[in-house]
Design a protein around this ligand. Structure first.
Ligand code: ATP
Ligand code: MG
Length: 157
């Protein structure tokens, strides 16, 4: 049994990588954005960044219930690394070079401000630092450098 969380700044490649791992290892895939909508876990809406504001405590409660019922699961979310360490076997944080990330975010037609805020989060390595603090079994994957899925699968084993 393994619970894998995939976190990282917006647009760094969490979903792409999570789905690849899920397909390769036949793990269940959990789309947390969908879960937040389905379970109405958003408390508020950030009009500047056009995204939901989520109470992480509430989200963790729901995630822990799902984890308890799961065998092999991949949790795809930039909020997944707030889960307590004891529920997480492996944590993968996706990162991306800034110029490439800016292009990815521009393609999504995000506002200049939303792009700036998300680029800043990546420049400051915010999520990598937070995940390190949690002392997870951590792998950082730079998705703009062309990773090998084989290496990631090796890490999970
Ligand atoms: N390894 C990769 N090589 C090239 N492009 C990639 C790679 N991974 C992701 N991308 C591209 O980057 C963009 C963002 O990827 P993805 O949706 O997986 O990111 P995300 O972290 O899940 O984003 P969000 O935070 O919005 O959920 C997509 O256009 C995707 O095709
Ligand atoms: Mg995603």
């Amino acid at each position: 049994m393994a619970i894998i969380i995939v976190s990282g700044s917006v647009g760094t490649g969490k979903t792409t990588l999570s789905k690849k791992i899920s397909k390769t290892l036949n793990y269940e895939y959990l789309d947390v954005s969908k879960l937040i909508k389905d379970k109405k876990l958003a408390d508020d809406y950030d009009t500047e960044n056009k995204c939901a504001i989520v109470d992480v405590k509430k989200l963790n409660k729901v995630l822990i219930e799902i984890i308890k019922k799961s065998e092999n699961l991949i949790i795809d979310s930039h909020l997944s690394h707030y889960l307590p360490k004891k529920y997480v076997d492996f944590c993968i944080v996706t990162t991306c070079d800034i110029t490439i990330l800016r292009d990815r975010l521009k393609k999504r037609n995000y506002s200049a401000n939303k792009i700036k805020n998300n680029i800043e989060a990546e420049i400051f390595d915010t999520i990598v630092i937070e995940a390190k603090d949690k002392k997870y079994n951590l792998l950082v994957v730079n998705t703009s450098e062309g990773y090998k899925l084989k290496d990631i699968v090796e890490f999970i084993k």
